[in-house]
Design a protein. Structure first.
Ligand SMILES: Nc1nc2c(ncn2[C@@H]2O[C@H](COP(=O)(O)OP(=O)(O)O)[C@@H](O)[C@H]2O)c(=O)[nH]1
Ligand SMILES: [Mg+2]
Length: 693
C-alpha cells in the first residue's frame, strides 16, 4: 500500500555497536505485526542482519530497511551498523530519515561511535532522540545514562518514557506523553496496565518537563504556558512536533529491546510527534552549481535520489530511492539526470529486510526500491524532466585503510576486476585502483574489518585465490641545488648517423610545483623543431630518478645550449641526449628522496590519549593540535605515510577497537639517513626498461 507524505515517518536507528539496534529493529517489526516472532541475534535469523557475512559474524554490516504501520502512518525504520568501518551505510540512512534514534546501553553510557554519530547529526542539523537500552540488565540506570548524555552533548534529554524497575526487577515502561504504563511480556507484545501509584509523582514531574519542551515549539504556546502554567494535550502535541522538527529538544526513551519493552510508546511517539517529511529539506545543486535546500514536497514534479545500490541473488540489482518531490509511479518513465538517460520504471517496491513488497507509487518523503535498473547508480538523481537540479551526493568519509591485492592465477584477473567494480558500486566507502607506478591493485576502505570482509568474499564466494600485501609507498626524488650537465648523443650506424648535444641547467623548485621546462636557446644552437624532443627526453629522465628510480619532482629544467648536425640530428637524438644530460645533472644536484606525509586526525577516548601520542611520536609524527569534547579526544598530526600503512590495526590494538581516524595526503618531505637508505635498498631490484634502448 502507498502512503501520502503526511502519513510517512522515517527513523534511522544508529549508535555504538552492541547497544541493541538490530534487536530494537526486530522488535519494532514484531510489535508492528510484520513478523510473527522476534528472532535473537544469536539465532542468526533477524530480519535486519540477513546477509551471509552478518549471520557469520553476528554484527550488522549493511543498512537494513523495514516498516510498520500504526494509525494509518507508515514508519520506515532503518537499522544501521555500529562499527565505524561501515559508516557509509549509516550516512545513507541519515540522509533518508528525518529523525535519528541513537541507542545507548543503560550500563555503558555514551560510547565513542555514538559521539561521532552525534557530531555527524549536528552537521546536518538533524533532529534526534535517544533510546536507553538493556534496562533489564544489572547495573543499568536510566537516570544516570541521561545525565551522561547531558554532560557529553550539552543537551537536556526529555524523557518520553520512564522505566519501571531496573535489572532483574525491570517490569516495563511508562509512556509519559500518553500517560499509560506498559508491562513487558517477553515473547508477546507489551501490555497496557495502570501506572503504579509509587511512580505517579515521577510521571507528573517528567510530564512537566515535556510540557516545557512543547512550549519551546512556538511563541504563542510559550505565552500560554507562562500564563496558565500548563498546555492542553493538543497544544502539547503541536508544540512537541514543532520543537522536534527544529531540533530543539532530545526525546529520551527507556526500554529493553530484547524483552520487547518500550516499543509501543516509541512507535506512538514516532507516529504522533516525529517530523513529517514535509518539515524537512534535502540538498540540491542548482543550475549555477550552488548548493540549495529544497523542501520535501509531494506537489512538485517527481525527483528522487539513489541512496544505495545492492545486488540480491534473486532480484538482481536493487536501487534504493528517497523520493524528495512529487510521486514516483510504477510503469512510468523518468530521466536519470546524472547520466542524462531515460529510465524506464517498471515495478516499485518497499521491503521488510530482504523481503520485497510491491507498491504502485511512492510519495515524496518515502523510500523505496527499483530493481534491475539499467542506468541508476548510487548518488544519481532521478527526475521527471530536466529540472536543472541534481541532488548533492552523499558525503562519505575518505578511505583510511588500504591493502594491495592480486590474483595468484593470471586467468582470474578479469573476474577479480569485475568483483571489485561491483563491490565499489555497492559500498561507496570501498575503493580500488591500479597504481601504475607501483604496479599494484590497491583496495581501500574504512578499516580492516571492512577490507577483510571483502577479501573473504573474493576467496569464498568468488573462489579466487589471492595474495595480499601492505601497499607500497610512492616515494619521489628531487634536487636540492643547482647543477648543469652536457651530453652528446652520437652514433654512427650504417647510413644515417645520430647526433644531438645539449647543455641542461636544473634548479630546485618549491615543494609541489612539480616541473617547469624553460627554453633558453639563443641564436639557433638547437633548431626549434628539436626542442620538443629535448623536452620529451627531460620528462623521460624525470620518470626515474638517480637515487632509487622514483619519479623526480619539483625541478626547473633549462636548456641553455647545444649543437646539432644538419644531416644526422633528429628528435630522437635530442631526446636521448636530454634524458642522459638530465640524469647526469641530477647526480650533481645533491638529490634527495621525498616521502608522502599525511594529515592524520585521530578520535579516541580520553583515557587513550597518552598512548596514542607516544605511538605517533614513535611513528615520526608531528602533533599539530588536540581538542577534547564529550570525553573524546581529537588529535591532529602529520605523519609519514610509510608509518601509517597499518595504522587501523595499530590504533585498534592501542584503543581496544574504539579509536578511529581520518587521513589525507598533505605534502612530500625529504628523508635522509637510515630511513632513506632502507628505501633505496628495498628498491634495488627495480629495473627500468626504456623502449628505445
Ligand atoms: N539483556 C539485553 N540484551 C540485549 C538487549 N538488546 C540487545 N541485547 C543483546 O545485545 C547484543 C547486541 O544486540 P544487537 O541488537 O546486535 O546490537 P547492535 O549491534 O546495536 O545492533 C545481542 O546479544 C542482543 O541479544 C536488551 O534489551 N537486553
Ligand atoms: Mg546491529
Amino acid at each position: 500500500m502507498s502512503h501520502s507524505t503526511d502519513n510517512i515517518r522515517n527513523i534511522a536507528i544508529a549508535g555504538h555497536g552492541q547497544t541493541g539496534k538490530t534487536t530494537l529493529f526486530e522488535h519494532l517489526l514484531f510489535t508492528g505485526g510484520v513478523i510473527q516472532r522476534a528472532e535473537t541475534l544469536e539465532s542468526g535469523k533477524t530480519t535486519s542482519d540477513s546477509t551471509q557475512e552478518e549471520i557469520e559474524r553476528k554484527i550488522s554490516i549493511h543498512a537494513a530497511m523495514g516498516h510498520v504501520e500504526r494509525n494509518g502512518v507508515k514508519v520506515n525504520i532503518f537499522d544501521t551498523p555500529g562499527s565505524s568501518d561501515f559508516t557509509g551505510d549509516v550516512i545513507l540512512c541519515f540522509r533518508a530519515a528525518e529523525l535519528a534514534l541513537l541507542t545507548v546501553d543503560g550500563k555503558s553510557g555514551v560510547q565513542i561511535e555514538t559521539v561521532k554519530l552525534w557530531r555527524n547529526l549536528d552537521g546536518r542539523g538533524k533532529p534526534r532522540g535517544v533510546f536507553i537500552t538493556k534496562l533489564d540488565n544489572d547495573q543499568t540506570d536510566f537516570t544516570r545514562t541521561l545525565a551522561d548524555i547531558k554532560e557529553k552533548f550539552k543537551v537536556e534529554p526529555v524523557a518520553i518514557t520512564l522505566p519501571m524497575g531496573s535489572g532483574g526487577g525491570f517490569k516495563g515502561v511508562i509512556d509519559v506523553l500518553h500517560e499509560k504504563a506498559y508491562l513487558a511480556q517477553n515473547d508477546a507484545v507489551e501490555k497496557e496496565s495502570p501506572i503504579p501509584d509509587e511512580l505517579k509523582n515521577a510521571v507528573a514531574s517528567a510530564r512537566e518537563k515535556l510540557i516545557e519542551a512543547a512550549a519551546e515549539g512556538d511563541d504563542s504556546l510559550m505565552e500560554k504556558y507562562i500564563e496558565n502554567g500548563s498546555l492542553s494535550p493538543e497544544e502539547m502535541k503541536t508544540g512537541l512536533v514543532k520543537a522536534l522538527a527544529e531540533n530543539k529538544y532530545v526525546p529520551a526513551f527507556a526500554g529493553s529491546p530484547l524483552k520487547n519493552s518500550g516499543i509501543i510508546p516509541l512507535i506512538d511517539f514516532i507516529t504522533d510527534v516525529a517530523p513529517n517529511p514535509k518539515s524537512a529539506k534535502d540538498m540540491m545543486i542548482d543550475s549555477e552549481g550552488k548548493e540549495t535546500q529544497i523542501p520535501i514536497d509531494p506537489d512538485k514534479p517527481v525527483s528522487a535520489l539513489v541512496i544505495r545500490t545492492t545486488y540480491d541473488q534473486f532480484s538482481g540489482k536493487l536501487s534504493w530511492l528517497k523520493v524528495v518531490t512529487g510521486k514516483l509511479a510504477a510503469d512510468s518513465e523518468a530521466i536519470n539526470v546524472s547520466e542524462n538517460k531515460k529510465e524506464r520504471i517498471g515495478k516499485l517496491y518497499t521491503c521488510q529486510g530482504k523481503k520485497l513488497e510491491e507498491v504502485k507509487e511512492l510519495f515524496a518523503g518515502d523510500v523505496g526500491i527499483i530493481t534491475k535498473s539499467a542506468t541508476l547508480k548510487t548518488n544519481d538523481t532521478l527526475a521527471a524532466a530536466d529540472s536543472g537540479l541534481t541532488f548533492v551526493p552523499l558525503r562519505l568519509p575518505e578511505p583510511v585503510h588500504s591493502v594491495a591485492v592480486n590474483a595468484v592465477a593470471k586467468k582470474d584477473d578479469d573476474k577479480l576486476g569485475e568483483f571489485l567494480v561491483r563491490a565499489a558500486e555497492e559500498d561507496k566507502t570501498f575503493r580500488y585502483h591500479f597504481n601504475g607506478e607501483t604496479k599494484e591493485t590497491v583496495i581501500s576502505g574504512m578499516g580492516e574489518l571492512q577490507i577483510n570482509i571483502i577479501l573473504d568474499k573474493i576467496k569464498t564466494n568468488q573462489k579466487i585465490e589471492i595474495e595480499t600485501h601492505v601497499p607500497k609507498v610512492a616515494y619521489r626524488e628531487t634536487i636540492t641545488k643547482k647543477a648543469n650537465a652536457e651530453y652528446t648523443h652520437k652514433k654512427q650506424t650504417g647510413g644515417h648517423g645520430q647526433y644531438g648535444k645539449v647543455l641542461l641547467e636544473i634548479s630546485p623548485l618549491a615543494r609541489g610545483e612539480n616541473y617547469q621546462f624553460v627554453n633558453a636557446i639563443f641564436g639557433g644552437a638547437i633548431p626549434k623543431n628539436y626542442i620538443p624532443g629535448v623536452e620529451k627526453g627531460v620528462v623521460e629522465g624525470m620518470a626515474h630518478g638517480t637515487m632509487a628510480q622514483y619519479p623526480v619532482v619539483d625541478v626547473e629544467v633549462k636548456i641553455v645550449d647545444g649543437k646539432y648536425h644538419p644531416v644526422d640530428s633528429s628528435e630522437l637524438s635530442f631526446k636521448l641526449a636530454a634524458r642522459n644530460a638530465f640524469r647526469d645533472a641530477m647526480k650533481q644536484a645533491n638529490p634527495t628522496l621525498l616521502e608522502p606525509i599525511m594529515t592524520l586526525t585521530v578520535f579516541v577516548e580520553e583515557k587513550y590519549l597518552g598512548d596514542v601520542m607516544s605511538d605517533l611520536s614513535s611513528k615520526r609524527g608531528k602533533i599539530l593540535g588536540q581538542d577534547s569534547a564529550g570525553g573524546i579526544a581529537e588529535i591532529r598530526a602529520e605523519v609519514p605515510q610509510a608509518e601509517l600503512l597499518r595504522y587501523s590495526i595499530d590504533l585498534r590494538s592501542i584503543t581496544s577497537g574504539t579509536g578511529s581516524f581520518i587521513v589525507a595526503f598533505s605534502h612530500y618531505a625529504p628523508i635522509s639517513g637510515r630511513i632513506a637508505d632502507d628505501v633505496i635498498k628495498a628498491r634495488a631490484e627495480f629495473k627500468v626498461q626504456e623502449a628505445d634502448e
